[in-house]
Design a protein around this ligand. Structure first.
Ligand code: B3K
Ligand code: ZN
Length: 871
């Protein structure tokens, strides 16, 4: 824990005083510590104004020695701080050798060099390299690396680092070594090494130009058969990047290592990705359809980083979206091309609305390119990633697909091997496409979700459509400039036929009106088709129009959105009425008719049917209010669900019957859609405790050959008081005890079960031997599951849920600050809740703030509490 916290500003950027051309690392892994010897060839940076000293970052390690050109430095030639080694008046070109020791066995922060089970591995982004050795830990210092690792051959038969293995052999005392050379200059955040006793699957990929790439995927022994889907996904991604962007992989091998303890999903280290097992393992009986999709997309994302991130990287961490936004966009397009484009896009839109919009409207709102930070790891946010991806999507859309692809290639050529800025990217886009992105640049600089109000008038066959924009203030940015917002619009007649083809309207003023002529009757407007811009649409569309769009719109996003809007009308009115002490508001007949039409004429894509029949989430419903009442939201949603289930019980029974499995598990669009519809039907039937539902779910659990159906059965049973429920849950825990990721599903099921004593139940599980407080996946399943998936339990009126989370954040902060800070983030939006809930959340934050915190958690908690003063 560090006392001092320093805020860093984007505007303060200075080029590095010294450049490093080559890095030679020598790791000597022993049982009680690892000895590191680093040799750098260094030269003064001609572009740096001040070269009077050279700062090498380094923390949580023991310094041994430093030498320049082989001569050990005297005590007055360097200064050693908690977080740096500073060398005074270095020569203009020299070789520096530094020696230090580190202790991976006791590093529970999961950054730097650490142990995960039988594997020793690294995680360097954003600043983990400075927990390995002394080095300027900033992405604009790029060097070519040679890495030598020596370790006990019995305990660590597999040794890996970035690049090609150029030498290996035996040593005395049962030890061995290996040397790796990475031919590409890289920033230190892309450094990786691994040592362990690992199982492996192997394949190869031949690029279009005929290069044969050796593909290896390592994991702890016994898990190899859970890795084939990841391997197949990697090959799909490699082919996609060649077909779409003409980008071929550039090394002889692509190695992936899956580890059980990892703070996030995966890491794109050059030629040596390290992954969370949760983003690699997928076997039909252990992983759901969503897991299969997650693995496919994360594997692709990390692969795509090889160009957008590794070959061209970020100058400083404020530019993070340069690589993340662009790579998210590429991942999204890849996912869309794998089938079911509409539903894939709907999922992307939902993440924006349910997670990014709240971030953008809360105390932690920040631009896609932030202006300052205390702890960089707190800025790997959905804004930098997903909103960053949406910003790229808008550019792609304005340019047109081919011109955009050409522009990305121009950017990659122009800046190959460099560390650059978002501005450099935008300039490259302008150069190649001819677009003028002057006003568009606000998307990078301004936080907050623009609101676009739609109004129409119809007179004498003429439709006037007015779009007006307004962006509410966000912390530190009171006045917002006008955005350049592409809004795709189409018009339909009352029979659902298109009377105006889709067209992109550019709203680049406060307000603009478009006129469409020649209609006999007022057409129905389908707006923001495909979610062409990350904005909140304010359009009070008539229920009849929504029903029409729901039945006929050719854009799946708008079809789904019309259904959502129709549900929301009832839900919002019901929540408001309850809060004012009024009677519950029931759904209009029109809503049931619209559902009936949908059931009678379902879309070909069954996943779209399931999406359209799924009520807006609690998060989505909460977003409709300035201050949300969790209990009113829960009640309204439950009531509507029951009303729909009651009305269509027979239809749901029939859907469940006709969508039962008829073949062995396959992860494809048709089968995943069928399973979604089955799960949805069971979920509605469980909501009204339909006769025989528990037995039906138990039968599904027993007969299923896959985890998707089994989880559907478990979720159906979760809140039912039935002997089947307990029997099935016990069976599940017994059967999968040796599969930690499956046990995470079990933990999550427990955490999300609706029960009066859910807080106490979660506390009990925290003490269960099947839980492990040092593993992020376990924590995310149990505590993340509880906070996000059990809102009624978490917001319990006596504040016990808030107390639980505060206790666990305080306990975790000393071990894993990154994860503790992420949990603390779940309390920061307190001011968006009604006073009874807001006060308890704020008090929990204040209690956390009173402790001696890591700067990770300190930054989050302080931001959350500042909101108190502002709000
Ligand atoms: N670049 C990594 C994330 C690093 C997070 C550091 N706290 C994975 C990714 O975005 O692909
Ligand atoms: Zn990424």
């Amino acid at each position: 824990m560090t006392g001092e916290t320093q805020r860093k500003y984007r505007a303060d950027y200075q080029p590095p005083a010294y450049l490093v051309d080559t890095v030679e690392l020598d790791f000597d892994i022993a049982s009680d510590h690892t000895r590191v010897r680093a040799t750098y060839s260094v030269r003064r940076n001609p572009d740096a104004p001040d070269a009077s000293q050279w700062r090498l970052d380094g923390r949580d390690m023991s310094f041994v020695s430093a030498a320049i050109d082989g001569r050990a430095l005297a005590a007055d030639e360097y200064r050693l701080h908690d977080d740096a080694l500073i060398i005074a008046n270095p020569p203009s070109a020299f070789t520096l050798t530094v020696e230090n020791t580190i202790d991976p066995e006791h590093n529970l922060s999961l950054e730097g060099f650490y142990r995960s089970g039988d594997i020793l591995c690294t995680q360097c982004e954003a600043n983990g390299f400075s927990r390995i050795t002394y080095f300027p830990d900033r992405p604009d210092v790029m060097a070519r690396y040679t890495t030598r690792i020596s370790a006990d051959a019995g305990e660590y038969p597999v040794l890996l680092a970035n690049g090609n293995c150029v030498q290996q052999g035996g040593l005395d005392d049962g030890r061995h070594y290996a040397v790796f050379e990475d031919p590409y200059a890289k920033p230190c955040y892309l450094f990786a090494m691994v040592a362990g006793d690992l199982g492996m699957i192997r394949d190869s990929y031949t690029t279009t130009s005929g290069r044969v790439v050796d593909l290896r995927l390592y994991t702890e022994h016994g898990n190899e058969d859970q890795c084939h889907h990841a391997m197949a996904s990697l090959k799909q991604a490699m082919a996609w990047d060649e077909d779409t962007y003409g980008l071929e992989y550039d090394l002889d091998s692509y190695v992936t290592v899956a580890v059980g303890s990892f703070n996030m999903g995966a890491m794109e280290n050059k030629g040596l990705n390290v992954f969370n097992t949760a983003c690699i393992f997928a076997r039909a009986d252990t992983a759901t359809d969503s897991d299969f999709a997650l693995v496919r997309d994360v594997v692709a994302h990390e692969y795509f980083h090889n160009y957008t991130g590794n070959r061209v990287t970020c100058r400083d961490w404020f530019q993070l979206s340069l690589k993340e936004g662009l790579t998210v966009y590429r991942e999204h397009q890849f996912a869309i091309d794998q089938g079911s484009p509409g539903v894939t896009r709907i999922r992307q839109v939902r993440a924006m609305r349910e997670i990014q919009f709240p971030e953008d409207g809360g105390p932690r709102a920040h631009p896609v390119r932030p202006d300052s930070y205390v702890e960089m790891n707190n800025f790997y946010t959905i804004t930098v990633y997903e909103k960053g991806g949406e910003v790229i999507r808008m550019i792609a859309q304005m340019a047109g697909r081919e011109a955009f692809i050409a522009a990305v290639c121009h950017y990659l050529d122009k800046h190959d091997g460099q560390a650059v800025t978002i501005e450099d990217f935008v300039v490259a886009m302008e150069e190649s496409t001819g677009l003028d992105l002057a006003q568009f640049r606000h998307w990078y600089a301004q936080a907050g979700t623009p609101r676009v109000r739609v109004t129409t008038s119809f007179d004498q066959g003429r439709l006037q459509l007015t779009l007006a924009q307004h962006t509410p203030a966000t912390p530190g940015q009171a006045d917002k400039p006008l955005f350049d917002i592409p809004v795709e619009v189409a018009l339909f007649d009352s029979a659902g036929a298109a009377v105006r083809e889709p067209e992109v309207l550019r709203l680049n003023d406060a307000e603009k009106t478009w006129t469409f002529d020649g209609f006999a009757d007022e057409p129905t407007v389908s707006a923001l088709r495909g979610f062409t811009a990350p904005v909140r649409l304010e359009y009070d569309q008539h229920e009849q129009a929504l029903a029409r769009l729901m039945a006929h719109d050719s854009d799946p996003v708008c079809r789904w959105d019309a259904a959502q809007a129709l549900y929301l009308k009832t839900l919002v009115a019901d929540v408001e009425s309850r809060r004012e002490g009024g009677a519950a508001v029931t759904a209009p007949e029109l809503l049931f008719e619209a559902i009936e039409t949908l059931l009678d004429h379902p879309p070909a894509d069954l996943e779209l049917l399931a999406e359209m029949l799924t009520l807006p989430s609690e998060a989505m419903l909460g977003e409709q209010f300035d201050t949300m009442d969790i209990f009113a939201i829960d009640a309204a949603r439950r009531d509507l669900k029951q009303a729909i289930a009651t009305r269509f019980a027979a239809r749901f029974e029939a859907l469940a019957d006709t969508h039962a499995a008829e073949q062995a598990y396959a992860f494809d669009v048709a089968e995943a859609g069928r399973r979604r519809v089955l799960a949805l039907a069971l979920d509605y039937l469980a909501a009204i405790e339909a006769p025989g539902i528990a037995a039906r779910a138990a039968r599904l659990y027993e007969s299923a050959d896959n985890m998707t159906d089994r989880m559907a059965a478990l979720e159906t049973l979760r809140d039912l008081q039935s002997p089947e429920r307990d029997r099935v849950l016990t069976d599940f825990a017994g059967q999968w005890a040796e599969y930690p990721l499956v046990m995470d599903k079990w933990l999550r099921l427990q955490a999300t079960t609706r029960r009066d004593d859910s807080v106490e139940h979660v506390r009990g599980l925290l003490a269960d031997s099947r839980f492990d407080f040092t593993n992020p996946n376990r924590i995310r399943a149990l505590l993340g599951g509880f906070v996000r998936g059990n809102r009624v339990g978490f917001h319990r009126a006596d504040g016990a849920g808030y107390a639980l989370i505060a206790d666990e954040i305080l306990r975790l902060d000393g071990l894993n600050p990154q994860l503790a800070a992420a949990l603390a983030g779940m309390l920061t939006n307190w001011a968006r809740h009604v006073p009874a809930q807001a006060e308890g959340m704020r008090a929990a934050l204040a209690r956390i703030a009173a402790a001696d915190l890591s700067h990770n958690s300190r930054e989050i908690v302080a931001t959350g509490l500042e909101y108190a003063e502002a709000g």
